[in-house]
Design a protein around this ligand. Structure first.
Ligand SMILES: Cc1cc2nc3c(=O)[nH]c(=O)nc-3n(C[C@H](O)[C@H](O)[C@H](O)COP(=O)(O)O)c2cc1C
Length: 135
Protein backbone atom coordinates (compact mmCIF):
# COMPACT_ATOMS: atom_id res chain seq x y z
CA UNK A 1 0.00 0.00 0.00
CA UNK A 2 2.90 2.35 0.75
CA UNK A 3 4.29 1.82 -2.75
CA UNK A 4 0.91 2.36 -4.37
CA UNK A 5 0.44 5.64 -2.50
CA UNK A 6 3.84 7.05 -3.45
CA UNK A 7 5.85 5.83 -0.45
CA UNK A 8 3.86 7.49 2.31
CA UNK A 9 5.56 6.94 5.66
CA UNK A 10 2.35 6.42 7.62
CA UNK A 11 1.61 3.28 5.66
CA UNK A 12 5.08 1.90 6.35
CA UNK A 13 5.14 2.66 10.06
CA UNK A 14 1.61 2.48 11.46
CA UNK A 15 1.05 -0.69 13.52
CA UNK A 16 -2.55 -0.91 12.35
CA UNK A 17 -4.06 0.14 9.04
CA UNK A 18 -7.74 -0.16 8.14
CA UNK A 19 -8.91 -0.04 4.53
CA UNK A 20 -12.39 1.42 3.94
CA UNK A 21 -14.26 0.55 0.76
CA UNK A 22 -17.42 1.63 -1.01
CA UNK A 23 -19.32 -1.62 -1.42
CA UNK A 24 -21.88 -2.21 -4.13
CA UNK A 25 -21.01 -5.90 -4.37
CA UNK A 26 -23.10 -6.84 -1.35
CA UNK A 27 -26.26 -5.23 -2.70
CA UNK A 28 -25.67 -6.74 -6.13
CA UNK A 29 -25.29 -10.17 -4.54
CA UNK A 30 -28.23 -10.05 -2.16
CA UNK A 31 -30.80 -7.67 -3.65
CA UNK A 32 -33.07 -8.41 -6.57
CA UNK A 33 -33.14 -5.36 -8.81
CA UNK A 34 -35.54 -4.71 -11.65
CA UNK A 35 -33.41 -2.04 -13.32
CA UNK A 36 -30.26 -3.63 -14.79
CA UNK A 37 -28.68 -0.16 -15.05
CA UNK A 38 -29.03 0.48 -11.33
CA UNK A 39 -25.26 0.03 -10.80
CA UNK A 40 -24.57 2.90 -13.19
CA UNK A 41 -26.77 5.04 -10.95
CA UNK A 42 -24.89 8.08 -9.59
CA UNK A 43 -27.00 8.20 -6.42
CA UNK A 44 -26.16 4.61 -5.45
CA UNK A 45 -22.48 5.28 -6.09
CA UNK A 46 -22.59 8.51 -4.05
CA UNK A 47 -24.30 6.80 -1.11
CA UNK A 48 -21.69 4.01 -1.13
CA UNK A 49 -18.81 6.52 -1.13
CA UNK A 50 -20.38 8.68 1.59
CA UNK A 51 -21.09 5.57 3.71
CA UNK A 52 -17.42 4.59 3.52
CA UNK A 53 -16.31 8.13 4.41
CA UNK A 54 -18.67 8.22 7.40
CA UNK A 55 -17.48 4.80 8.56
CA UNK A 56 -13.87 6.00 8.33
CA UNK A 57 -14.57 9.10 10.41
CA UNK A 58 -16.64 7.13 12.92
CA UNK A 59 -13.84 4.59 13.39
CA UNK A 60 -11.35 7.45 13.74
CA UNK A 61 -13.38 9.12 16.51
CA UNK A 62 -13.92 5.76 18.25
CA UNK A 63 -10.19 4.91 18.37
CA UNK A 64 -9.33 8.41 19.57
CA UNK A 65 -11.45 7.75 22.66
CA UNK A 66 -9.07 4.83 23.33
CA UNK A 67 -5.99 7.06 23.17
CA UNK A 68 -4.98 6.13 19.64
CA UNK A 69 -4.57 8.63 16.81
CA UNK A 70 -4.14 8.40 13.10
CA UNK A 71 -4.04 9.75 9.58
CA UNK A 72 -6.49 9.19 6.76
CA UNK A 73 -4.73 8.30 3.52
CA UNK A 74 -6.53 8.74 0.22
CA UNK A 75 -3.31 8.41 -1.77
CA UNK A 76 -3.89 4.66 -1.96
CA UNK A 77 -6.36 5.52 -4.74
CA UNK A 78 -3.42 6.37 -7.02
CA UNK A 79 -3.68 2.77 -8.25
CA UNK A 80 -7.16 1.63 -7.34
CA UNK A 81 -7.03 -1.53 -9.46
CA UNK A 82 -3.72 -2.65 -7.94
CA UNK A 83 -5.11 -2.05 -4.47
CA UNK A 84 -8.26 -4.01 -5.26
CA UNK A 85 -6.09 -6.91 -6.53
CA UNK A 86 -3.92 -6.80 -3.41
CA UNK A 87 -6.97 -7.36 -1.19
CA UNK A 88 -8.83 -9.66 -3.62
CA UNK A 89 -11.77 -7.27 -3.73
CA UNK A 90 -14.74 -8.34 -5.84
CA UNK A 91 -16.21 -6.25 -8.66
CA UNK A 92 -18.04 -3.14 -7.46
CA UNK A 93 -15.97 -2.79 -4.29
CA UNK A 94 -13.91 0.42 -4.42
CA UNK A 95 -11.06 0.86 -1.95
CA UNK A 96 -11.18 4.52 -0.89
CA UNK A 97 -9.22 5.38 2.24
CA UNK A 98 -6.79 3.82 4.65
CA UNK A 99 -6.89 4.83 8.29
CA UNK A 100 -3.36 4.48 9.73
CA UNK A 101 -3.50 4.10 13.50
CA UNK A 102 -1.13 3.99 16.43
CA UNK A 103 -0.43 5.47 19.83
CA UNK A 104 0.94 8.98 19.34
CA UNK A 105 4.54 9.47 20.48
CA UNK A 106 3.78 13.07 21.41
CA UNK A 107 0.74 15.27 21.86
CA UNK A 108 0.71 17.86 19.10
CA UNK A 109 -0.92 21.28 19.52
CA UNK A 110 -4.25 21.90 17.78
CA UNK A 111 -3.61 23.33 14.31
CA UNK A 112 -4.98 26.75 13.38
CA UNK A 113 -8.33 26.60 11.59
CA UNK A 114 -10.25 29.04 9.43
CA UNK A 115 -12.50 31.30 11.55
CA UNK A 116 -16.12 30.22 11.98
CA UNK A 117 -17.43 33.27 10.04
CA UNK A 118 -15.54 31.95 7.01
CA UNK A 119 -16.89 28.41 7.03
CA UNK A 120 -20.38 28.79 8.50
CA UNK A 121 -23.17 30.66 6.70
CA UNK A 122 -26.48 31.49 8.38
CA UNK A 123 -29.34 31.13 5.90
CA UNK A 124 -26.93 31.92 3.06
CA UNK A 125 -23.43 31.16 1.81
CA UNK A 126 -20.79 32.82 4.06
CA UNK A 127 -19.35 36.17 2.98
CA UNK A 128 -15.80 35.24 1.99
CA UNK A 129 -14.80 38.87 1.49
CA UNK A 130 -14.74 39.34 5.26
CA UNK A 131 -11.13 39.77 6.34
CA UNK A 132 -9.55 37.09 8.47
CA UNK A 133 -7.90 38.69 11.48
CA UNK A 134 -4.98 36.85 13.00
CA UNK A 135 -5.20 36.17 16.74
C1 LIG B 1 -10.12 11.83 2.41
C2 LIG B 1 -8.76 12.22 2.90
C3 LIG B 1 -7.65 11.74 2.25
C4 LIG B 1 -6.36 12.10 2.70
N1 LIG B 1 -5.27 11.59 2.08
C5 LIG B 1 -4.05 11.87 2.55
C6 LIG B 1 -2.89 11.30 1.97
O1 LIG B 1 -2.95 10.52 1.01
N2 LIG B 1 -1.69 11.63 2.52
C7 LIG B 1 -1.56 12.48 3.60
O2 LIG B 1 -0.45 12.72 4.07
N3 LIG B 1 -2.65 13.03 4.16
C8 LIG B 1 -3.88 12.75 3.67
N4 LIG B 1 -4.98 13.30 4.25
C9 LIG B 1 -4.80 14.26 5.34
C10 LIG B 1 -4.55 13.57 6.66
O3 LIG B 1 -5.40 12.49 6.88
C11 LIG B 1 -4.77 14.54 7.80
O4 LIG B 1 -6.08 15.01 7.73
C12 LIG B 1 -3.84 15.69 7.73
O5 LIG B 1 -2.54 15.19 7.84
C13 LIG B 1 -4.11 16.72 8.83
O6 LIG B 1 -4.30 16.08 10.03
P1 LIG B 1 -4.45 16.87 11.41
O7 LIG B 1 -5.19 18.13 11.08
O8 LIG B 1 -5.24 15.94 12.27
O9 LIG B 1 -3.08 17.08 11.90
C14 LIG B 1 -6.24 12.97 3.81
C15 LIG B 1 -7.38 13.43 4.48
C16 LIG B 1 -8.62 13.07 4.03
C17 LIG B 1 -9.83 13.57 4.79
Amino acid sequence: MATISGGQEWLKKAPLTLLFCADLHRSEKFLTVTDPKVYQNKELFTVAVVDAALATQKAFIAVQTLGLDGVIIGGVRNEMDQLADLFHLPERVMPLFVLCLGYPAEQLPVKPCLPQSFVVGTNTYPDLTKTITKK
